[in-house]
Design a protein. Structure first.
Length: 535
């Protein structure tokens, strides 16, 4: 009798789960989720047909989406109890791949979004799998079409190749090619296992190619077809460039230059620096061309005036326009030989080179992104605790005491915007933090080499602090997700730009009684300091 009751209990639970998964409109809150299903596009791989689809979760209805994807079946209104994909979490658009289909069969597809209360479904779409097991056709050298950076519309003297593998099936196919989304010009017929070469393609053009095939080894009269496209259009933008300043052995000369990291689709015809004794040297200073193309370019400035602040900004020019690196300053005062960088608000930071990396030697204190947008300033504990968007504060909400010495505390949502640091700089990734600590001898000793010496800002005993790296780590403390502040003077917590989990991100910590640099992760709502790294 006990087993019968147990079986009945499990049956009720199973029926409840099925009901929650299948009847969206009967679950409070689930009906508020807005979700749509993408139309199906048939494609191929080496194993046969695949259907490309997906969905878009427009609104989560105030709930957390813990799983999303598509479900499909040969029966209408498929649910997650049928075949399904799992494509991440949260709102937004996603793509899905369906494979292992029967030939010439009608399939039904719905996008789904699962919460702790149940599952919501998007609209239903259907498609018929083709009779033909599509041949495996792979374009080769599409990304080697050269030169893509010539003027739009100029012909290119190169080829496009594709390769056909019939995967053990006795079949044939015709090839259509052109600029129409459904090309009608047949350029090859009755092909089997051969390759083709196309030449005389134009830049600034999207091409489409289609196969229509049939298969002798399978008793079916239906043909299969698929359309692919590629484009010789490459978006051309201004180059990407950073400013180089290296202090020399005398105080009247310095090495300056440009590091052009990307030509952005058009050859860099000129690069160099603007320099002078006024800020914004591109408009008030002297232009000095150094070279062209990508890579690192440098030259020496000599005969400088002693005890003078100079400003330098790199530039790089292509067919679209001119890009500028960050403004870097240096002082020819023999007691001030460290170059500096300014953020968008004019806060000045010294630059220190450690190994192959260039770091800010102070914690970031900007209240605006590099594009000028203000970062929300949050003092209320409850408001801070409820944040899932960017926000910053000062320790103990006391700007006068903590800003200049310790910098601001930012939650990770601010870090994740990608433009918190000055142009040409970024919040270091977890991997870049590891490169720093490895260069300094490993996590067990790196903390001491990074911390400011003495006990003016760090609490005693400030174990192992030598600051031999010049990093000058400061104990800025942190703000907990609850909004409370902790351990200023005792510890330093610096964000990385690397997510650990949906709710957490990696950071580095230094402590007043240890020489190590701790690596851990914490909730993204915490407020930590930020050190920027040159791109």
């Amino acid at each position: 009798m006990k087993n019968i009751y147990q079986f009945g209990s499990w049956l009720v639970i199973l029926l409840l789960i099925t009901t929650l998964s299948c009847q969206k409109d009967k679950i409070p809150g689930i009906s508020k989720i807005e979700i749509t299903t993408k139309d199906v596009v048939l494609s191929i791989n080496s194993s046969g047909n695949i259907a490309l689809t997906g969905g878009s979760i427009i609104s989560d209805g105030g709930m957390t989406i813990i799983a999303r994807g598509v479900c499909w079946s040969t029966n209408q209104s498929p649910t997650i109890l049928d075949k399904k994909t799992i494509d991440s979490t949260g709102v937004g658009s996603f793509s899905s791949r369906i494979g292992s289909m029967e030939r010439f069969t009608i399939y039904y597809v719905r996008a789904y979004a699962t919460t702790g209360l149940g599952t919501a479904y998007g609209n239903q779409v259907s498609f018929t799998s083709p009779c033909l097991l599509f041949p495996y056709i792979v374009p080769i050298d599409i990304y080697l079409i050269s030169p893509l950076n010539e003027a739009i519309g100029q012909p290119i003297n190169t080829t496009l190749k594709w390769f056909y593998d019939k995967g053990g099936h006795d079949g044939r196919f015709d090839v259509y090619f052109g600029t129409s989304p459904d090309p009608t010009t047949k350029i090859a017929t009755n092909l089997s296992s051969v390759g083709m070469i196309l030449s005389g393609l134009n830049t600034g053009t999207t091409y489409y190619w289609k196969i229509i095939g049939w298969e002798f080894s399978y008793p079916c009269n239906n043909t299969g077809s698929a359309i692919w496209h590629f484009s010789t259009v490459q978006e051309i933008k201004i180059p990407e460039v950073s400013t180089i300043v290296v202090i020399g052995y005398t105080y009247t000369s310095v090495t300056v230059g440009a590091y052009v990291t990307s030509k952005e689709g058009s050859e860099v015809t000129e690069c160099g620096v603007y320099w002078g004794t006024s800020q914004n040297p591109e408009s008030k200073g002297t232009k000095l061309q150094i070279g062209s193309g990508t890579g690192s370019f440098s030259t020496s400035l000599s005969g400088l005036n002693p005890n003078t602040i100079y400003y330098v900004k790199a530039y790089a020019t292509n067919s679209v326009g001119t890009a500028y690196g960050s403004q870097v300053s240096f002082n020819t005062d023999q007691n001030t030989t460290i170059p500096t960088i300014s953020d968008i608000e004019g806060n000045v930071y010294h630059i220190v080179t450690i190994g192959t990396q260039a770091w800010m030697a102070e914690n970031l204190k900007t209240t605006r992104y590099s594009n000028g947008t203000s970062i929300p300033f949050v003092t209320d504990n409850n408001e801070w605790n409820n944040l899932t968007a960017p926000g910053y504060c000062w320790y103990n909400n006391d700007e006068a005491t903590y800003k200049n010495t310790y910098g601001a505390l930012y939650n990770w949502y601010t870090v994740n915007m990608g433009n918190l640091c000055p142009t040409g700089w970024h919040v270091p990734t977890d991997e870049e933090w590891t490169a720093l600590t490895t260069y300094l001898g490993g996590e067990s000793v790196a903390g001491g080499k990074l911390k400011e010496t003495g006990t003016v800002h760090w609490q005693s005993p400030n174990t192992g602090a030598t600051n031999e790296s010049g990093f000058t780590a400061m104990p800025g403390g942190y703000r907990e997700s609850s909004g409370k502040f902790y351990v200023a003077g005792f510890a330093n917590y610096c964000w990385s730009a690397t997510q650990y989990y949906a709710t957490d991100a990696w950071f580095r910590a230094m402590h007043y009684v240890y020489s190590y640099t701790g690596r851990s992760y914490v909730n993204k709502k915490f407020g930590h300091t930020v050190r920027c790294l040159m791109d």
